[in-house]
Design a protein around this ligand. Sequence first.
Ligand SMILES: [Zn+2]
Length: 108
Amino acid sequence: MIRLMRAPDLMLAQHWVNLLTQAGIPCHLTNRYMQGGAGEIPVDQCGPDIWLENEHDKAAAMQIVEGPVKNELFGARFNWQCDDCGEWLEPQFTTCWQCGAARPPGDE
Ligand SMILES: [Zn+2]
């Protein structure tokens, strides 16, 4: 088993696992409840991790996972998070309503 990547949240992780499974790539989701248990994962890195059973599936899996996510994460339709106060904001806002900070560059 190899770790493909860490998902930003459990919903997205589950979504990726569904996509990969549909594509016929055997995969697993770990740390769902942040209970750790796997010795090789540092305690401070708890989050939903996607694991692949076969290392040779990695390239295909990355394409599946990264394609739509990049568009969503960096696309204008996706919510963004304020660097200063951590508030989550709707895509149409260019400044944080909470603290007034500008939307981070490269996040457009
Ligand atoms: Zn803010």
